[in-house]
Design a protein around this ligand. Structure first.
Ligand SMILES: [Fe+2]
Ligand SMILES: [Fe+2]
Length: 135
């Protein structure tokens, strides 16, 4: 399992979002490192919960800024956020019920989960915010 991403890949040209994205990258890397290090399952579950909580907060921030700037791609972008949260919640639920163990396999989706979204959705949104004077 590779660590999620490098910071340089994640800049969308808006400081507030870049700051959040770095924290998300850190949370993913921390979780993956803990799982690879075979730390205790409770701790791994807590790190996954922490990632899910922060992701929810970050998506709410982006969606609030979309509403404030009347971003035309809001519906599609929000749908992608929902799908990403469902992926996280699904693993969290399976982990809680004991039907899955957090390991390289169950968390492999995280390798591209964040960077793909930034490159496919957040970059366009960053450009829109830049056009509206947000940097
Ligand atoms: Fe984002
Ligand atoms: Fe987003």
């Amino acid at each position: 399992m590779e660590l999620a991403t490098e910071y340089a890949e994640t800049s969308v040209g808006v400081r507030l979002l870049d700051c959040d994205h770095r924290q998300l990258t850190d949370a993913i890397n921390e979780l993956q490192a803990a799982v690879l290090g075979n730390q205790d399952r409770t701790r791994n579950g807590e790190l996954l919960r922490k990632l899910a909580d922060f992701t929810l907060t970050h998506f709410a921030l982006e969606e609030g800024m979309m509403a404030a700037t009347r971003y035309p791609g809001t519906a599609r972008h929000r749908l992608h956020h929902q799908h990403m949260m469902e992926q996280l919640e699904s693993v969290l639920n399976d982990c809680r019920e004991g039907t899955v163990t957090l390991d390289g396999q169950s968390l492999s989706f995280l390798n591209d989960w964040h960077t793909d979204h930034i490159q496919e959705d957040d970059l366009k949104y960053g450009l829109w915010l830049n056009m509206h004077g947000v940097r």
